[in-house]
Ligand binder design. Structure first.
Ligand SMILES: *Cc1c(COP(=O)(O)O)cnc(C)c1O
Length: 369
């Protein structure tokens, strides 16, 4: 008998979708996919139980999941997810970007939420399996991709409060159009003082739905004030920058520093980490440390801060134009040739195979590398 947690090769049972979209229907969707509205024909499903470990890996038709009304995720929110993209290269091949980093982060999120850790090899295999079934769903127009959404939740039907003994892991995929249609507009961001998304010792560093649930009312407040995004401050003192609801924040200084806030309640973005590396390659110094809102205000006033941007997988990089609330307004300089957009160009160049991948970040999904 295999030990429950021993990594073993998973052999996926594949059930083709008999009601898959026709090539014409698919092409129509891929011509204008937007974000997160359409889903491919298949999904991956792997079961986990305390006694059996990871088992029953499947590729099956995309469709509703049946769960017991007492499934603990519905009551206690024991859930985590990931987000990464599959890119169509000019030679027709399909690659993704730093999937081991997403696998490692899913494991850290799992550890925090008392969920089982999916081995990295199984994570990457699950992406390859889905791409094998749905390769035709990876669009080829510039700046488009297939967004991959792995997620895991507590499926055990039990209302007692403890970590579930039955969990499922899934991967679904959704074609994504170019994020910016009609040019990149600097973000107007609402600085929330009433709400925080996470606190010291909480789940802020885990990619979990609960953090998003905590951010929605603040996002509504932002929208009501004509802002596209919300920036959260630290929960303890309300003084230090954390991040947006789903993107990390970077400041650029006159003396070529890239500064990003540090705290145990910030999600460690892989886009952020990659951009900081590309910045260091160009001779920028990078600092991950506490950054107070006062420092930002004074830095912009003195000319020390020359640019600010937000970053994450979905939008990659977006310049920040304004940060404001009822009591404060900071107008960031938006240079004619922002460093943020030049870094964005380099990063997307690597992701789409136009720029040499000198860090070995891309991984082929439709065949062996
Ligand atoms: C996913 C996410 C990010 C960005 O991470 P990437 O790996 O760059 O996509 C930032 N903040 C939060 C809260 C997130 O969930």
């Amino acid at each position: 008998m295999q030990l429950p947690m021993a990594p073993k090769d998973l052999t996926f049972a594949v059930t083709r979708n008999e009601n898959a979209k026709t090539p014409e229907e698919r092409e129509q969707i891929l011509a204008n996919p937007g974000f997160g509205q359409f889903f491919t024909d298949h999904m991956v499903d792997i079961c986990w139980s305390e006694w059996g470990g990871w088992h029953r890996p499947r590729v099956q038709p995309y469709g509703p999941i049946s769960i017991d009304p007492a499934a603990s995720v519905l009551h206690y929110a024991q859930e985590i997810f990931e987000g990464l993209k599959a890119y169509r290269w000019a030679d027709g091949s399909i690659r993704t970007f730093r999937p081991e980093a997403n696998a490692a982060r899913l494991q850290r999120s799992a550890a925090r939420l008392a969920l089982p850790e999916l081995p990295t090899a199984h994570f990457i295999d699950s992406l390859k399996q889905l791409i094998q079934a749905d390769a035709d769903w990876v669009p080829s127009a510039p700046e488009t991709s297939l967004y991959l959404r792995p997620f895991m939740f507590a499926k055990e039907a039990f209302l007692g409060v403890r970590a579930a003994k039955k969990v499922n892991y899934y991967v679904i995929a959704s074609p994504a159009g170019a994020y910016f249609t009609g040019g990149i507009q600097p973000l107007e961001i609402w600085l929330s003082t009433q709400y925080t998304r996470a606190g010291h010792g909480g789940m802020g560093a885990a990619k979990t739905g609960g953090n998003y649930a905590a951010s929605l009312v603040a996002q509504q407040e932002a929208a009501a004030n004509d802002c596209q995004q919300v920036l959260f401050l630290d929960a303890q003192e309300g003084k230090y920058l954390e991040e947006l609801g789903g993107m990390n924040v970077v400041l650029v200084t006159r003396d070529s520093k890239l500064i990003t806030p540090e705290s145990d309640s910030i999600l460690e973005g892989i886009t952020l980490d990659s951009l900081l590396q590309l910045g260091r390659d160009r001779g920028y110094t990078t600092e991950q440390r506490r950054v107070s809102i006062d420092e930002v205000r004074e830095g912009v006033a003195s000319g020390e801060i020359v640019e600010a941007f937000a970053c994450g997988t979905a939008a990659v990089v977006t310049p920040i134009g304004v940060l404001r609330n009822a009591d404060l307004r900071i107008d960031f300089p938006v240079p004619a040739e922002p460093v943020s957009l030049s870094l964005r160009e380099e990063l997307t160049g690597i992701q789409y195979g136009r720029v040499e991948d000198r860090h070995g970040w891309t991984v082929r999904l439709d065949a062996e590398d």
